[in-house]
Design a protein around this ligand. Sequence first.
Ligand code: XMP
Length: 333
Amino acid sequence: MNPNVRPETMARITTPALANAFIEEQIAAVRAQVGDKKVLLALSGGVDSSVVAALLIKAIGKQLVCVHVNHGLMRKNESENVVEVFQNQLDANLIYVDATDRFLDLLAGVSDPERKRKIIGAEFINVFVDEARKLEGIEYLAQGTIYPDILESIKQAEGKKAVKSHHNVGGLPEDLKFELVEPIKLLYKDEVRVVGEALGLPHAMVYRQPFPGPGLGVRCLGAITRDRLHALREADAILREEFDLNGLAEKVWQYFVVSPDIKSVGVKDDSRYEGWPAIIRAVNTKDAMSATIEEIPYAVLHKITARITNEVEGINRVLYDLTPKPTGTIEWE
Ligand code: XMP
């Protein structure tokens, strides 16, 4: 039996009871696999790595070492939340690395999207490797691989071309080749969420909208600067808050703010005020291959516009992107 093929007899995990049975099964499997050895996990705060972390904390407690790399491109309060949930609530063995300066220094002046992605992906590995080398006795690497990832790599191996390079942890140097622990690799995303809730993770974390690995790095268009990145993060937090308050968070698959590297003339307090625009993107999709635009009530758009232009230093206009995919991709870069 190929361990990377989901057996046809495997029931879809749709209920807490099925999730609990899966969790018990995986706890036993992980314990049998790793014994008393240590396991390393790159914990991004995304659904998949969070569910793996919670599962492994249950299975092997402090034998799991989680590393959270804050690349400075996270959304507002995201890294703080990872520390709160895993270190404070779940008592995880968590190493928090604030690598903001490393990433932003490397990205200074770089405007090509694919180069930005490559820099972020490579530096992520560098920071992770630096941390891994400081640790002793690690023999295993846990990963939040899920079934669509396996299906996607099969497709890529068959020579189908990707539109954008999506990065995950991979490509570790030879001396750090660990044996893999991938407890959710046969699960689909909806099942991962059911398992996450059964593990007691916060609802907001389990139902978090997808967020690209390079984070705000591909939403702060062109060459990233700290001031524009800060403005983008604040505007994005307002958008998310208003979507939550207005019941849109459950209806819209992905919603975020994009910051183009242009300025326009505006007026504030009777004076000329040059600022950046904030572009709102809110899309629905089944598989991210194509996407439609969600109709957001004008009242909500007005409220978001008023809040962003009043509360965020440096932004003087708000635009709403009506482009489906195709022709636009979901992200702007
Ligand atoms: P696009 O922009 O290609 O996005 O329509 C499709 C989905 O993929 C996400 N995305 C990424 N995810 N690394 C990731 O992990 C990336 O570099 C990346 N680029 C896009 C995007 O947010 C959307 O959900």
